[in-house]
Design a protein around this ligand. Structure first.
Ligand code: MOS
Length: 748
């Protein structure tokens, strides 16, 4: 019956996006709107001694300046509330007191009748600080690193497991070895759309307060409504959060950001509608991918069997939250090493708390591990693909469970074939094109295949069209499109007659869009609710006067061509429009929950896998690296839409090039401040950096992960790419660059 699932449909939201009809959080027209501009701290640690807002207030159109001295009473300041993606600790609360705990921390909000006036007035707020000594560098503070307070890491996964076997003994006895220390820079998400919240204030239904309709840039309206309700002690029924479109987020929208707090606070106090938008520079005052130092030691037998693995991580976090990623675990998940020891420590610095950023922890750890494995294979004199096949496992070594499916072998085979890997000369510096060195490198990728609980609603409307909704998000990933495909197939309707809606807290709840779990999670909820609606429609059809289904059961019918038909004789049918008419002309609606089948899942490890193959050209005179070819073979279960899925993988590959060669938030540790806080100096890969990208989806059938067999493709596209490029750079030059990004200075 499948008609749309698996087909390369163009985005159903594409037209609205390219014509500007799609509206983002800062674009909704609201009458009588006030604009807030945030003042950020100029120091990194200390106290505000004096804050003088008079000059700002004297300007025409300036309504109010909120500071820690005059801010209203806020419920959150006296209790512990954490958003859905908060790590262990005590979240930062803007304007709570005079303390400064990180540079560019928000310390005041200027509200005026235009954005420009608010911004100018903000520049006139005079602040006197009492400055303390700060520490912001991971490298010089790594001796202070300690175990995270709680064993759980971000995305609800356990931290490094207990050691297995005896690493020290086995490593020192290994005839083939490698050791290395690696450093990765801090990175910021830098989505195109800046964070913004437009809070529409209306007089409340009861005297206690107002009603708030909030257009928010977020990866989860459910997270935002819970946050606003708890933080400000406003009942749910007086809040609605709407976020139909998100201009990229990559994890930065998993936590409510401070513009939401500021906008709601101002709207509630002033009883006016307020918009707070952050500038590009202020986007660097939010969470980020943490800088880290990693140490790896690997041992193998003379014939290339991996025997010993150590992966130790020191990563940064703030003074107030223990942000902990899964960085060290991946090696023991990918390779059947008898003796492993994994370690993860945090160094608490005077910085903002880091945040999940595309493949958080996964790309961080794998980018190092897969360079180390390349080095070990080289030391053993074995081809890197061959070496990985020799050290292949069907079981997750940490959970000690078989994978529900794992077509990584096929990724190696198909990727190598497409790339032409057999023509690789193993010696470094042995391949040239004209005056430039050519390098070919490869790496493995792995990411989780999560499935979370979610709800959805399906309505067969009076006009015979289907409307399905869930309070999920589409951060550019294609959620609108794939959910429309699933709904259309389940009820046998043409895609034009199906409308999928998301991003509204009035809709049935869904988790934040993250972890690559939305296709599996919301997809299953959409499938479930459409199945449930089908049953309801059949019941109505069966009771219709002279129903052809009077003696039929649900298993006797199919849904096709906007009708219910007998399986055995499809000419016997009742149109969906007739069902609505039989329902007294009223819409037929159903709401359902879909939970992961834990009973089925618990006996298996679940993950996506990939293999990336990269070709680089290195100019030895200038130290410049160009990625001329990149092939990614992806095993991620069923691909619902090869077009939108390919776009996800390509986005990840571009990011991988960016991460390997360009991206880095450069901090001046003397000031504790990020110097390149703009898109001119924070380099990301642009069109001119991208040449030949090739994506292969390897067939993978899996009925354990979820009923759809879907594993998610949001993050796996990135994971293997930086290591593949770093390994290609080694192959081209003979140099192991262990600090990302590989900028030209490191190659000269
Ligand atoms: Mo992703 S970093 O879970 O949005």
């Amino acid at each position: 019956m499948t008609q749309y699932v698996g087909k390369p449909l163009s985005r159903v939201d594409g037209y609205d996006k390219v014509t500007g009809k799609a509206k983002y959080a800062a674009e909704f027209d609201v009458p009588d709107l006030l604009y807030g501009y945030v003042v950020n701290s100029a120091i990194t640690k200390g106290k505000i001694k004096r804050i003088d807002t008079q000059a700002a207030l004297n300007l025409p159109g300036v309504v109010k300046v909120f500071t820690h001295e005059n801010r209203p009473k806020i419920a959150w300041f006296d209790m512990k509330y954490k958003d859905q993606d908060a790590p262990p600790g005590s979240p930062f609360r803007p304007l709570r007191d005079a303390n400064i705990v990180y540079n560019a921390q928000p310390i005041a909000l200027v509200v005026a009748d235009t954005f420009e006036m608010a911004r100018y007035a903000a520049s006139l707020v005079e602040i006197e600080y009492e400055e303390d000594k700060h520490e912001t560098a991971v490298e010089t503070n790594r001796h202070k690193a300690r175990k995270p307070s709680v064993g759980l890491t971000t995305l609800f996964k356990p931290g490094p497991p207990k050691p297995r076997g005896n690493f020290e003994e086995s490593f020192s006895a290994s005839p083939v070895q490698m050791t290395g220390e690696y450093m990765h820079s801090m990175e910021h998400h830098n989505p195109m759309e800046m964070f913004a919240s437009t809070v529409v204030y209306e007089k409340g239904r009861h005297k206690s307060g107002g009603r708030y309709t909030i257009y928010d840039k977020t990866q989860g309206v459910t997270n935002s409504i819970l946050y606003v309700s708890q933080v400000f002690d406003i009942p749910f029924k007086d809040i609605r959060v709407i976020s139909p479109y998100v201009g990229g987020a990559f994890g930065s929208g998993l936590r409510p950001q401070y513009q939401l707090f500021m906008a709601v606070m101002a709207a509630r106090e002033l009883k006016r509608s307020v918009r707070v938008t952050l500038t590009r520079q202020q986007m660097f005052s939010l969470g980020y991918r943490p800088a880290n130092v990693q140490t790896v030691a690997l041992g193998a037998s003379a014939d290339g069997k991996m025997t010993a693995l150590y992966h130790g991580v020191v990563s940064e976090t703030s003074q107030y939250e223990d942000y902990t990623e899964v960085i060290a675990n991946w090696g023991a998940m990918l390779y059947p090493v008898e003796n492993y020891k994994l370690d993860h420590k945090l160094v608490h610095l005077d910085v903002a708390t880091p945040m999940d950023m595309r493949a958080p922890g996964g790309v961080t750890g794998v980018s190092v591990l897969e360079c180390a494995v390349d080095e070990l294979a080289f030391n053993a004199g074995i081809d890197p693909v061959e070496f990985r096949l020799m050290n292949y496992t069907e079981r997750d070594q940490i959970a000690d469970l078989p994978y529900s499916s794992k077509e990584l072998r096929e990724c190696f085979r198909q990727g190598a074939e497409r790339f032409g890997w057999v023509k690789r000369k193993p010696e470094p510096r042995s391949m040239r094109r004209g005056g430039t060195l050519i390098g070919w490198g490869m790496a493995t990728g792995i990411w989780d295949a999560f499935h979370m609980p979610a709800r959805a609603e399906a309505v067969l409307m009076v006009n015979g069209k289907l409307r399905v909704s869930s309070a999920t998000a589409d951060i550019g990933t294609g959620t609108y499109t794939i959910m429309t495909q699933i709904a259309a197939d389940t009820l046998g309707m043409p895609i034009e007659d199906v409308l999928f809606k998301l991003g509204d807290s009035d809709m049935p709840a869904a988790p934040i869009e993250g972890g690559s779990w939305t296709a599996a999670t919301v997809g299953t909820a959409v499938k479930t609710v459409c199945d449930d609606l089908a049953k309801k429609l059949f019941k109505i059809a069966r009771k219709m006067p002279n129903s052809p289904f009077a003696k039929a059961t649900f298993t006797d019918v199919v849904f096709a061509d906007k009708a219910i038909q007998l399986k055995n004789d499809t000419s016997v049918s009742v149109s969906l429009q007739a069902v609505v008419d039989a329902n007294g002309g009223a819409a037929v609606r159903e709401t359902s929950s879909a939970l992961p089948n834990l009973f089925k899942q618990r006996k298996y490890a679940r993950a996506t896998h990939s293999a990336a193959f990269a070709e680089v050209e290195v100019d030895e005179d200038f130290g410049t690296v160009r990625v001329t070819r990149l092939v990614s073979a992806i095993a991620a279960g069923k691909i619902l839409n090869p077009k939108t899925a390919r776009s996800q993988i390509i986005g990840g590959m571009v990011w991988g090039i960016s991460k390997a060669l360009e991206e880095e938030s450069v901090m001046d540790h003397q000031f504790g401040r990020i110097m390149n806080h703009n898109l001119a100096e924070y380099h990301v890969a642009v069109n001119a950096d991208i040449q030949d990208l090739d994506v292969i989806f390897v067939e993978e059938n899996d009925d354990i992960v979820n009923p759809l067999g879907v594993k998610g493709v949001g993050e796996i596209g990135l994971v293997a790419v930086p290591a593949a490029i770093a390994n290609a750079v080694f192959h081209a030059t003979g140099k192991r660059i262990r600090t990302l990004p590989i900028t030209l200075d490191k190659l000269l």
